[in-house]
Design a protein around this ligand. Structure first.
Ligand code: GN1
Ligand code: MG
Length: 369
């Protein structure tokens, strides 16, 4: 079905002016559509949900419904006291009242409102930007902390359970094709060694959960830098987007993933590894922004594992990219065959940089948390 035909199945006022690819997600396909009438304009985001990753789109939409109803109500309640207008996208239904549309190929499509006059940057712009990302994540955690976890179904069970990725990696290495790719280059063998050296570290957060030290909360699941919308006029954060992975999890998965992304201004696709460093100024700024609010809901045990989460999620993402490379790049979208290998190199370099700064990172966190 053509995009212009598809979007007309949704209940959007005005006439379609343009529809174009938007953003560079690794999983879903995203388009921006603009509708106008004589006195108004409506910008919406059309997305095809990746069926290979999100097997049950209806379940994702049900989660989004629960999340948006809960947060819109809270945002309205606290609007008067807020220092800014916090935003949260709204679902737009099909003309026959459904939250998503299944096309003739079985693909699921949905439309949400676009956060207008705001930008999601692929690379951190500086300490102020990092601090805003921290404030937005903490605000998001505050918004969802009283959302009943049982109302959400886990869209990707085990999503940040690092030992499961290790098992998956081992499974891939055991295949003929996986072993061939692994043995085809020095670089791949070097990355495999990197993983071996950190095997014992992989269960650190799961063990803390098992000991009863850490509890599950509602988490965002993917709080990387380009999922934080920054207001074009005020420079302040205004919303978190990309809400498909919102589910019960550890706040640490979000904290670690946010720092992994925000403190690497070179970005995830950098080819020159020398440019990949964990930036301590950005770390300090993010932590100030996040912990100023999050301090109120973190326990002492939570604080003890914050550093580990940064190291772990960086390691985990590197391993996910590497496993996918060895499996023939079937999960993350790629434009060239070596792309996932390079993404893994970047994350592992970043992980080393984090390890080298352990003492400083812990100190920063401890003084602020
Ligand atoms: C994927 O689709 P996107 O780009 O928002 C991935 C995240 C990774 C991220 C790395 C469902 O997110 O976990 O951190 O790539 N999402 C899923 O860029 O696997
Ligand atoms: Mg995402």
């Amino acid at each position: 079905m053509e995009l212009s035909v598809l979007i007309h199945k949704f209940d959007i006022p005005g006439r379609l002016v343009t529809i174009n690819p938007n953003g560079g997600g690794n999983i879903n396909d995203t388009y921006l559509a603009i509708f106008r009438n004589t006195f108004d304009e409506r910008q919406v985001i059309l997305q095809r949900m990746n069926r290979a990753v999100f097997e049950n789109p209806q379940q994702i939409m049900a989660n989004l419904r629960v999340l948006t109803v809960h947060t819109h109500r809270k945002l309205e309640e606290e609007a008067e006291q807020s220092d800014r207008v916090w935003q949260m996208p709204k679902l737009i239904q099909t003309r026959d009242g459904k939250d998503c549309l299944i096309d003739d190929r079985g693909d699921a499509w949905r439309v949400i409102t676009k956060i207008a006059s705001a930008t999601a940057f692929n690379e951190t712009q500086g300490p102020e930007h990092a601090a805003e990302c921290g404030a937005v994540l903490a605000h998001f955690h505050g918004l969802v902390n009283d959302l009943d976890q049982t109302e959400l179904t886990d869209p990707l069970p085990g999503f940040h359970i690092t030992p499961r990725y290790l098992e998956k990696y081992d499974g891939t290495v055991a295949t003929v094709a996986g072993r061939e790719r692994l043995n085809a280059s020095m670089e791949a063998r070097r990355l495999a060694k990197f993983i071996e050296d950190r095997r014992a570290f992989a269960p650190v957060l799961q063990q803390a959960i098992a000991r009863g030290e850490l509890q599950l909360h509602v988490m965002h699941g993917d709080p990387k830098v380009n999922n934080v919308m920054i207001d074009d006029f005020t420079g302040k954060g205004t919303a978190m987007i990309d809400l498909d992975t919102v589910s019960p999890g550890l706040l640490h998965y979000d904290f670690g993933d946010a720092l992994r992304s925000i403190c690497n201004p070179a970005g995830e696709e950098e080819l020159n590894l020398n440019k990949v460093v964990f930036d301590m100024d950005l770390c300090l700024a993010f932590c100030k922004g996040y912990l100023a609010q999050a301090r109120a809901f973190l326990t002492d045990a939570d604080r003890r594992y914050l550093y580990d989460s940064v190291r772990l999620i960086t390691f985990e993402l590197g391993m996910r990219f590497f496993q996918d490379y060895l499996a023939g790049s079937v999960y993350f979208k790629t434009r060239h065959p070596e792309q996932n290998l390079n993404r893994a190199r970047v994350q592992f370099r970043l992980c080393e940089s984090i390890e080298a700064r352990e003492r400083m990172i812990r100190e920063q966190i401890n003084t602020l948390a």
